[in-house]
Design a protein around this ligand. Structure first.
Ligand code: TRP
Ligand code: ZN
Length: 460
């Protein structure tokens, strides 16, 4: 055999085996190189939909789940990863065929059967089913706060910022991969399970109730939640017909009724400044003090650990625009969430007889804790929720407004920004480029001194 014929034969052989389903492609990356959490998320595919079915006992101590993950390959894949913390994988299939599963800490590697290799070629959509069970864990954050599956006296609540969602379902847990969701939660009859989106159905059978929540708009996994307990669930609609679902722990009912009744007013206020509310429903979940140490802007329905102050509720509702609809491209862009949500507090207070925006700015400026680092560059993962991200972030927003010296144009810029990235992801560089293009004035000093600069700029 000549070399040429040998090569031809070899090529034919490869093509032929590939045709019969030999493994082609390469493994997807085990992380997407987030500056703070390099192993968070996974490369090689893009999730389009999660269909989660989980069940728990009355104490929400034991969980069993099935995650059906629909994803599009972004490369020819021979294997790919999912993030999952704790819990035990019972089985996994890809395109209906058993997949080999390897576990290394929080990284699950799935190696699909060779017979379905063609269905994992770049651009193709494939389905993965993971069955799992166990005692879900709490993830302790770099700053020492608890997230993930948080048990309490009456059930549990799942909070995912920044890395907690991997404690209750396997997935691509980086904010850059948003997807729609179906979330079905089965609990003993008498408990309720509240999640994101809209309630599609609720069925009781054999002493267990399944709540099926559907999230139509794309959601980052850190914004997924489920709250299990004895909640009082109420549904109303705004004047525009938007469903507002509140779930309140009975112990917090009295103290939160008045503030929750203001959600439609707060949303209408938000729409005037930030443009159309981005989701198909709104609401809130109110636990009881001790359920968690902080509030979180879980999509559609922020979680509040106890009866909220109106300003805190406004902050979390503002996140529906800033963070939930327009989501950070990486955790470095966190100030785009918190700076704007804090600025929304300032605006609300000014409009409701409190401090003026100018006074809030001056107070933030005088507060030394806001100057520990530039908001565009928190030094480490433990700094993501520290004051510069919030207070100095809000100062950046206000400095843009001051430079523009035209409120109408400034709010048009904010609405334009949100419209341009609605249901997507955006980075700090996207923001500064957009703002600079739309502002009509030079914003270099705002970026250099307020957003990126090391020390407190002198107030001009
Ligand atoms: N994003 C939440 C808020 O502003 C606060 C928060 C909760 C947080 N957990 C976090 C911020 C983890 C950063 C990291 O209401
Ligand atoms: Zn916030």
């Amino acid at each position: 055999m000549t070399l040429v014929t040998a090569l031809t034969a070899l090529t034919a052989l490869t093509a032929c085996t590939a045709g019969r389903g030999a493994v082609v492609g390469t493994p997807g990356a085990a992380g997407v190189r987030d500056p703070y959490f390099p192993r968070l998320g996974n490369g090689g595919y893009d999730v389009t939909h999660y269909d989660l079915s989980i069940g728990t006992d009355a104490a929400a101590e034991q969980l069993s789940g099935t995650a059906v993950i629909t994803a599009r390959a972004t490369q020819d894949l021979s294997a790919f990863n999912l993030d999952l913390a704790g819990l035990e994988v019972r089985s996994a299939t890809v395109e209906g065929r058993p997949a080999a599963v390897n576990r290394a800490g929080r990284e699950l590697t799935l190696r699909p059967d060779a017979a379905v290799a063609d269905r994992l070629r770049e651009g193709r959509t494939f389905r993965t089913v993971v069955r799992y069970a166990g005692r879900p864990r709490t993830v302790t954050d770099a700053d020492g706060s608890d997230e993930g599956w948080l048990r309490n006296a009456h059930g549990a609540v799942a909070l995912g910022e920044p890395t907690g969602s991997m404690s209750w379902f396997p997935g691509n847990h980086h904010p850059g991969d948003k997807a729609s969701y179906d979330i079905r939660v089965t609990v003993p009859e008498g408990r309720s399970a509240v999640s994101n989106g809209e309630l599609a159905s609720r069925r009781t059978e054999g002493g267990r109730t399944t709540f099926h929540w559907r999230v139509r708009e794309p959601m980052a996994s850190y914004l997924a939640t489920v709250a299990i307990g004895r909640y009082t669930v109420r549904r109303t609609v705004t004047r525009e017909g938007l469903p507002v679902v509140t779930a309140v722990d009975p112990g917090s009912a009295g103290a939160s009724a008045r503030v929750l009744a203001r959600i439609p007013e707060m949303l209408a206020w938000g729409e005037k400044r930030f443009g159309p509310y981005p989701f198909s429903s709104a609401g809130a979940i109110v636990g009881r003090p001790g359920d968690a140490e902080y509030a979180l802007e879980t999509q559609n329905r922020p979680f509040l650990p106890g009866p909220p102050d109106p300003v805190l509720l406004v902050h979390e509702l503002a996140h529906q625009w800033f963070g939930d609809s327009v989501t950070p491209a990486s955790w470095r862009d966190m100030w785009l969430n918190e700076g704007f949500a804090t600025y929304a507090e300032w605006l609300w207070e000014e409009d409701h007889g409190g401090a003026t925006v100018r006074e809030s700015f001056d107070e933030a400026y005088a507060d030394r804790s806001n100057w520990a680092f530039p908001p565009s560059r928190p030094p480490g993962a433990a700094d993501l929720s520290r004051p510069p991200v919030y207070g100095r972030g809000a100062m950046v927003v206000h400095r843009i407004r001051e430079e523009m010296d035209d409120d109408e144009a400034f709010f048009a810029l904010v609405r334009g920004w949100l419209g341009a990235h609605r249901h997507g992801n955006a980075s700090t560089a996207d923001f500064t480029a957009y703002a600079q293009k739309s502002a009509g004035v030079d914003l270099t000093e705002v970026w250099d001194s307020w957003l990126d600069g090391g020390s407190r700029p002198v107030r001009g």
